[in-house]
Design a protein around this ligand. Structure first.
Ligand code: UDP
Length: 256
């Protein structure tokens, strides 16, 4: 068996060279981090659940005709994706006030926003991903005005689609983060959705009970993270109620 070539290891994923040109294998780890990696833990089963939820959502988004990096899942933890040049932006969409928006503007968590709000953050761990405007993005050349048009257009469609999908299974899509990349095909370049969509980068609240079914359970030391992610997967029809599920054994490495 050949050893795979590791391209990059991030906080929650490892990237390997793919089996075909211009492809990459994404391996979803069980590692959880928050607050710019100041808080870390390994949560058994999280990687599998995120991979399966993200696979499901990316397939749906591909079916809508929106271009994504996702090709197919290879196994429970790994996916084959197109190699893209990541645009260094975190595109956050908010439907309900929570997290940093509530803190920054003093708006109570849970307040419905008058309309959906898109925020841009410059992806740079050293700087703690500062919030930026489209002016910064185009002035510094992180993305062109045309690319920003594509990003905003796709983001609005994805938000409408995901909000409806989750509403149908009793879950409020409070906010989420997207990343985009440039995909080169012969002489053509297009902007495609990249990264993942999972409870690690969405806020998902049970509409009936207000339970949090997302990574805030880890950020806020609430416990029950794997059970919450399983509940999301179950409601989406990805796993069956009686399916053998990974056990949750959170091991706190550092917490400050
Ligand atoms: N988010 C993310 N990665 C980040 C920052 C935020 O996936 O580096 C997601 C987060 O899960 C939430 C949304 O973006 O669904 C908005 O996050 P917020 O700005 O409220 O920051 P947080 O409270 O997570 O620090």
């Amino acid at each position: 068996m050949n050893k795979r070539t590791r391209i990059y290891e991030g906080k929650a994923k490892i990237l390997y060279e793919g089996p075909e040109p211009n492809t990459v294998v994404v391996h979803f780890k069980d590692d959880a981090t928050a607050f710019n990696a100041e808080k870390k833990a390994v949560i058994d089963g999280k990687g599998v659940l995120n991979q399966r939820i993200s696979e499901f959502l990316f397939n749906k988004i591909n079916d809508m005709g929106l271009p994504t990096h996702f090709i197919r899942s290879l196994n429970m933890r790994e996916q084959l994706v197109r190699a893209v040049e990541i645009i260094p932006l975190e595109v956050v969409v908010r439907n309900v006030a929570a997290g940093s928006l509530s803190k920054r503007l003093g708006i109570e968590e849970g307040t419905a926003l008058p309309r959906s709000i898109i925020e841009l953050y410059y992806k740079n761990d050293k700087l703690g991903d500062p919030m930026v405007t489209e002016e910064h993005v185009t002035a510094f050349g992180w993305a062109t005005p045309q690319e920003m048009d594509d990003i905003v257009h796709m983001t609005v469609r994805i938000n409408d689609f995901l909000s409806g999908l989750f509403l149908g299974i009793g879950i409020r899509l409070v906010d989420f983060k997207l990343e985009f990349g440039r995909f080169y095909e012969n002489d053509m370049m297009r902007v495609v959705l990249a990264d993942e969509i999972s409870p690690d980068n969405c806020r998902l609240w049970d509409i009936a009970t207000k339970d949090k079914l997302d990574k805030d359970r880890f950020r806020r030391d609430m416990g029950g993270l794997v059970e919450a992610y399983q509940e999301v997967a179950r409601r989406l029809g990805i796993i069956q109620a009686n399916e053998q599920l990974p056990r949750a054994r959170p091991k706190l490495v550092k917490n400050d």
